[in-house]
Design a protein around this ligand. Structure first.
Ligand SMILES: NC(=O)CCC(=O)C(=O)O
Length: 267
């Protein structure tokens, strides 16, 4: 399976509608080169542009949905369209959309772990509650978003739901690049699954983005890694490799569930 990760630059001087049209053209450029195309987190507005979240929020079937549905259909690819700011029921969500090659919505995922501690996304957005997987022709993929990468239990939940690959759109800052590459490989190794982690380039809201999108195989080998700037990263995945890795090194079968709390010793 051929995958293309579009590490688009998010520049505050580029209007959202211009970037949306450009993203659609970048998806179209992968037609014939990819079965699955991935965009990053909050690329219409910028993952750290918290001041613009409310103004740029859209209903689920808003302009980003329409543009990405058409892009998937025109390019005839599976498209994980990254995420956008969704307005629903009086709340904002960091919502990812996945389209099939006929432009139908195959999955949507509201980010569960919101970043920012006591500011930004963490206070402005509501948390998603549901794990989400979707079926590609030969692979079941689990969906996670950026900060989710720090929470291994979410990925184990996705494995329990059948995930053999994780698609992780992100807007990860350059100053924590080392964490990004380490965590992407850790999630791949511990779950014996592909990780397709697609970040943004550029600088917005004063936060330089790491880029360095990466594709890691179930053994933890980095198949492809982008540089810091805007680029499209391509990699070829072998769906059989998940099964062979899990058969040949069956660590997932050795999980001990329900380990009890440590016994207190001494006085
Ligand atoms: N947009 C994010 O979730 C950023 C996460 C991040 O910066 C980190 O985990 O570090």
């Amino acid at each position: 399976m051929r995958a293309s990760l579009i590490q688009i630059a998010v520049d505050p001087d580029e209007p959202v509608h211009t970037r949306r049209a450009r993203a659609a053209r970048l998806v179209q450029a992968e037609s014939g080169h990819a079965d699955l195309v991935v965009l990053p987190e909050l690329w219409p507005v910028g993952a750290f542009a918290a001041d613009s979240f409310a103004a740029e929020a859209e209903p689920l079937r808003g302009p980003t949905y329409e543009a990405m549905s058409a892009a998937a259909r025109d390019a005839e690819v599976w498209l994980h369209a990254g995420s956008f700011v969704e307005a629903a029921g009086g709340s904002l969500y960091n919502t990812s959309l996945v389209f099939s090659p006929d432009g139908e919505l195959a999955a949507s995922y509201r980010k569960i772990h919101r970043f920012g501690f006591d500011e930004g996304e963490a206070v402005l957005m509501a948390a998603g509650e549901d794990l989400v997987t979707f079926d590609l022709p030969h692979l079941t993929a689990g969906v996670a978003t950026c900060y989710d990468l720090r929470f291994p239990e979410l990925f184990r939940g996705l494995v329990d739901a059948g995930a053999q690959a994780f698609v992780v759109p992100a807007g990860w800052p350059a100053r924590r690049l080392a964490h990004w590459t380490l965590l992407a490989r850790a999630r791949a190794v511990e779950n014996q699954a592909y990780v397709l982690a697609c970040g943004t380039a550029g600088t917005h809201a004063g936060v330089e983005q790491a880029g360095h999108s990466t594709v890691v195989d179930p053994w933890g080998e980095v198949l492809a890694e982008a540089g810091p700037g805007e680029e499209t990263l391509r990699a070829v995945l072998d769906p059989k490799k998940v099964a062979t890795t899990r058969e040949q090194f069956p660590a997932l079968k050795d999980r001990v569930l329900g380990v009890s709390a440590p016994r207190r010793t001494g006085a």
